[in-house]
Design a protein around this ligand. Structure first.
Ligand SMILES: [Zn+2]
Length: 466
């Protein structure tokens, strides 16, 4: 526990702001979650890590945290995509859309686990919160912030909310008519920048619900307003998401939520920047998509991805590469080996260790200056003036912020897959018999599955090829 004030950059005020619990009890955090129609790529994981870093830091600093992340499993329509993504994927996979959503949701949770991203307190699903959305839409209609269009869709009236544009800097009078806002609505909207809160089914037969305005399905933005207001008791201390959600998603969410409670609903808007991979934008269309499972199949510790993210400020665009992932993998291994050695020294100057722990917490509290915090770890590792016991204590205590499992045995000492273990055992038998031709053949086979074998006077040993 430390007494650092946590500062984060607020996109709306464009300033660093001190994080505060508005009810004096807990810090209420909301993060936009995945749309579960495909695997989240490592760029998405960078945004999801942001929520984990902030909740870890808040807990380390003594806060109670209530953290909610939604799962979009229906109705997500973006500006350039007029078909529901989950229904389109269900069609492509010839599966029930709920099955598709369930499958990718479970993969999402697996990926979070691989990256040591602690689970949120709750993951409400859009499909499970339809009544909440109906209630909010009714309230917005009753207060003249929304209206039913001639196409039986319900639209939010952008002009009814005076503060529109504060997050993104987009002013309503500057938004040009003709820009494809979410849907082609055939003239049912009163103003070009209005957006749909509820879409009439209009021939769609799956993933639709009855409503006071006829059968249909919710728009994407209303989902986050309904869930954040409901689950966090009508106020959000920190609202998180990727920078691409700043407009229109967060701008629209803010207009809806603020109109509903007649007040500012979110204290801080925090956005994570984009990720490039090998210098290029990550996009399915260009084939440049990397998943957490791709790292695992290359025998890279998935936490090497976490370490690479920590090497960069969350607000800077970063360029990830296989080389940086490999370097991070080796660094994690080296630190784990060292902590295992340092643990043997039982002498400890607690006060000295605490000084370094506080400095590292302060780096995290300064708008998540994780590169500086990592630089401190590197200096501590090399410092000749610090005892092994002190180094162990520091690494042990700050790992709840970094989340790199620094006290685990290093990976090379982990387990082989059963196939590789069998080849490794056969090679031992060949060596015992002096059959070096067979031993070399088996070494080649092991190399093909990513295992490097070394021989020494103590026998054969192995490590992953990375
Ligand atoms: Zn959202």
């Amino acid at each position: 526990m430390s007494n650092n004030q946590i500062q984060l950059f607020d996109t709306k005020s464009r300033k660093l702001q001190i994080v505060e619990s508005s009810d004096g009890k807990s810090l209420r955090i909301y993060s936009c979650g995945p749309t579960v129609y495909r695997d989240a790529h490592v760029g998405n994981m960078r945004t999801f890590l942001l929520g984990d870093l902030i909740t870890r830091l808040a807990k380390h600093s003594g806060y109670q945290v209530k953290f909610i992340q939604n799962i979009t499993d229906v109705g997500h329509m973006s500006e350039d995509f007029v078909e529901d993504k989950i229904l389109a994927q269900a069609k492509a996979e010839a599966k029930d859309p709920y099955e598709v959503a369930k499958f990718y949701e479970s993969r999402f949770h697996q990926d979070l686990k691989s990256l040591n991203i602690n689970a949120a307190d709750l993951y409400p699903k859009a499909s499970g919160c339809i009544p909440l959305m109906h209630d909010l839409i009714k309230k917005l209609i009753d207060t003249d912030h929304a209206y039913v269009g001639s196409d039986n869709c319900v639209y939010f009236s952008a002009q009814s909310y005076q503060g529109y544009g504060a997050i993104s800097g987009n002013r309503l009078d500057a938004l040009k008519p003709g820009h494809n806002f979410e849907y082609t609505e055939g003239g049912a909207k009163k103003f070009h920048a209005d957006w749909a809160l509820w879409k009439a089914a209009a021939g769609r037969t799956q993933m639709i619900w009855d409503s006071p305005w006829g059968p249909g399905f919710p728009g994407w933005h209303i989902e986050c307003s309904a869930m954040s207001l409901h689950y966090l008791d009508e106020f959000v201390d920190i609202h998180l998401g990727g920078i691409d959600l700043r407009f229109p998603h967060h701008e629209n969410e803010r207009a809806q939520s603020n109109s509903s409670i007649n007040n500012e609903a979110v204290a801080l808007w925090v956005h994570g920047e984009h990720l490039l991979f090998e210098g290029r934008k990550m996009a399915k269309s260009t084939g440049n998509v990397v998943l957490v499972s791709d790292l695992i199949s290359k025998h890279l510790d998935p936490l090497s991805l976490r370490l690479c993210f920590l090497e960069n400020r969350y607000r800077s665009q970063m360029d990830l590469s296989w080389d940086s992932l490999k370097a991070a993998h080796l660094l994690i291994q080296r630190w784990r080996d060292k902590t295992a050695t340092w643990a043997k020294d039982k002498s400890l100057d607690k006060k000295q260790a605490q000084g370094f722990i506080d400095e590292i917490s302060a780096d995290f509290s300064a708008d998540l200056d994780t590169p500086r915090a990592l630089q401190k770890l590197r200096s501590i590792e090399k410092a000749q003036t610090l005892s092994d016991g002190v180094k162990y204590e520091i690494f042990k205590c700050v790992d709840d912020l970094f989340g790199l499992d620094l006290l685990k045995p290093s990976l090379g000492k982990g387990e082989l897959t059963s196939d590789a273990q069998s080849l490794f055992d056969q090679r031992q038998i060949a060596r015992n018999k002096g059959d070096f031709t067979e031993s070399d053949r088996l070494r080649g086979l092991l190399l093909k599955v990513g295992v490097v074998v070394r021989d020494s006077k103590d026998g054969q040993s192995w490590e992953w090829l990375i």
